[in-house]
Design a protein around this ligand. Sequence first.
Ligand SMILES: [Zn+2]
Ligand SMILES: [Zn+2]
Length: 760
Amino acid sequence: MPRRRFQVRGVVQGVGFRPAVYRLALARGLTGVVWNHAQGVTLEVQGVEADLAAFERALREEIPPPARIQSLVVEAMHDVQGEAGFRILASGQGEAPRPVVPPDLALCEACAAEVDTPGERRYRYPFTNCTRCGPRYTIIEDLPYDRPRTVMKAFPLCADCAREYQDPLDRRFHAQPVACPACGPRLALQAADGLVRAEGEAALAAAAEALGQGAVLALKGLGGYQLLVDATSAAAVELLRSRKRREAKPFAVMFPDRASLLRDCEVSPEEDAWLASPEAPILLLRRRLGGAVVAEVAPGNPRLGAFLPNTPLHRLLLAAAGRPLVCTSGNLSDEPMAFEDDEARRRLGGLADLFLSHNRPITRPVDDSVLRVDADGPTILRRARGFAPLAVPLGWKGPGALGLGGPCVLALGAHQKNTVALLKGGELVMSQHLGDLTSLEGSDLLARTVTDLLAFFGARPELLACDLHPDYASTRLAERLAAEWQVPLVRVQHHHAHGAACAAEHGLTGPALALTWDGTGLGSDGTLWGGEALWIEGAIFTRLGHLKPFPLPGGATAVKQPRRSAAGLLWAVRGAGAPPPALAAAFDGAEWAQLQTLLAAGFNSPVTSSLGRLFDAVAALAGLHARGGFEGQAAMALEFAAGERVEAPYGWDFLDGVADPAPLVEGVLADLAAGREAGFIAARFHAALAELALAWAHQAGLPDVLLSGGCFQNALLTARVQEKLGGAGFRVHRHRAFPPNDGGISLGQAAVAALTKVDP
Ligand SMILES: [Zn+2]
Ligand SMILES: [Zn+2]
């Protein structure tokens, strides 16, 4: 009788793949075996030809998500005599760690129904899960992924759970985090001093009641502690802002259910699918007028970061609270999220009134992912829960393509929005978003994440990559590891890494123009770059064009004080002088004069070609957030002010690829003098940037143009540049699976290092 072997790679471990195979084989009377191993899953089936063909079809078409087959190799085998039935073999022992570490998955429909149904064993149980949903990456201690190597080892299965766990026909067959009210983790509500106030249902009810009264709740979520407040109460939101020292940056909001979300946000069919997906990211949705969420949640922002409960605990809490809740990372400003209980009480004690916690440990912090869907598709803006640490095939084509034999590279990423990337076997594994590395917690987390990824993926890097900047925590760790492992370290310029990330994501290694428009990053010439047109080819880049540099009086402080960028830009264009009337009010007393002195002396006034700072300067001139806020706030205000309106672009002066914004600045000043409003100026500015993109694209004369850098988080800018370049026949590539912001830098560093020929 014919027998076939199927070698399956993809998302096939920890997602109910083997039980699904078992059921398919059983339904067709086939005998055989299936087992997990280092490269994925292998199965052998034996039976009559028609049944084997039907089985293969079903395998390709009927495996339920979140399982995903990336490659399937079929071989004919000799038959096995006397085989009885179909068996699921135990995971291979003593093999190399397997390359697939499953990401955490949002509550599935079947489990949600159980949680909602009185009489079910898991009715209202906050830790319900199955092979299709639940924690994975956040509970794994070691591989292979089996219960004894997760934090669930502390919860011996009761007889009922054990039966489900062992029954190949059950949805919970080998669901490693399986648990129930009799044997699993439990909830507790604690005061900031750690004193337990209530447990179980009573804890949930008391937490919901406190939220209704305006309290700040620290919730131990899936991948760390989150801070929650009533999103319909301005007072509650302001309380959280003052305690978290976060003045204006938008908060994400979790809604109890889809119906309540639809009252506050517009949702397209594609966005709807993402809301219900196993990744269940925060989506940046258009707000509706007259919704329940107060304006203080995202001041002046036409979009709202919205998502649905992704665990049974969130589902029960949101239902009990009966209102949308602000749901933000449990941290102070830009530190990493707290995820261990003692640490959380220490760090969040002054922020939260109550802690809704439980006794299931979290092995590593994983934030919520953020995604935006534009007219031409989705872009991940923060890659974390649901996506990390899935390997993404890069599929490079053409000369210099990385085959399976490419070197193993570890890249340590940028200083802000840090991620770590591991390139191995032509696939890229990006860590979850780790946040800023300015704090001690941040650099500790970076080191732990590196150790994790190398162990999980059995990787021994032959090359290391980091930023050019000598003082970043990521650079220092890269230097230390390079010395320890005796491997070469490739230092990659920040904007080169941005462009290379976009190229790698789209499988391009040939020459392309990268428009890397960004905040500031250290350039190869020691100045601050950020408005760049780079010719990228393999591991090499040439700076084809850039914004004409202007000084930033006060250096780094300019990032949070757009009026300083405006002063520097005016100095570069007009020289010394009084501030234009519209801008004068943004400066205190002698401040303008002091900045003029700094600029005249060239003291603490580094020059930059940053487009992000040009955004700040123009926003400040237009009267938007001139005094300050969070990084990017003024630029966002300019995007929102422009709305959908289309106006004639401001001009540029070009000299050898250097774009002088002097005509643009004069145009803005003339419009201000004529009393034109901010929206008009903002629309002309965006149109001018599309013209700038086109001018550089014509100068490069290459068919492929890559868009990367923090400025391309701006949906309007991205759309305008795409239209302009697309209309002129260029192929425009933008980020999809990886963030255009500094979260994508590690990918670009890894790609450049892999393409670099390093002499031994
Ligand atoms: Zn489930
Ligand atoms: Zn149980």
